[in-house]
Unconditional design. Structure first.
Length: 147
């Protein structure tokens, strides 16, 4: 997990730096009405952080395999109205929730990282995969934002 935590830390710093230096116009611009703006992608990363923090903590005490419940990504972005939200506020929220996730990752043991999870399709994996996949998902979307 050391590499995953290190990567998360780097992504948080590069993302925070990018958003603090990018104009509001650039962040809110949409390629088309059905595509997310950079602000909305950041909002999606907040929603992802909320859902995954809950997963990462509940697996510690819930029955195993822990069942992963999907969430409605598009609707959450709309309902939270990230497009018209204060950029500094959502940036800080994104940064803080990911710092909390980083702390939870740091608390994991070799044993807890093997806790089994079950996806809706019936596929089984473990907490280590889920945490690593979360950071890769974050990296994917930050690359979209910063391109």
């Amino acid at each position: 997990m050391t590499n995953t935590i290190h990567k998360l830390n780097q992504l948080l710093e590069s993302g925070r730096n990018y958003f603090s230096k990018t104009s509001e116009y650039e962040l809110a611009k949409k390629a088309s009405p059905e595509k997310w703006s950079k602000k909305e992608i950041l909002g999606h990363l907040i929603d992802s952080g909320i859902n995954n923090l809950q997963r990462f903590t509940e697996i510690q005490f819930d029955s195993k395999p822990f069942k992963i419940r999907k969430y409605n990504q598009d609707e959450l972005v709309k309902v939270n109205n990230y497009q018209h939200s204060n950029t500094k506020e959502i940036l800080e929220f994104w940064y803080l929730i990911n710092n909390r996730i980083k702390k939870v990752m740091e608390l994991q043991t070799e044993d807890s990282l093997t806790y089994k999870i079950e996806f809706e399709e019936g596929n089984i994996s473990d907490l280590k995969f889920l945490m690593t996949d979360y950071v890769e998902h974050l990296e994917h979307h930050l690359n979209q934002i910063m391109e």
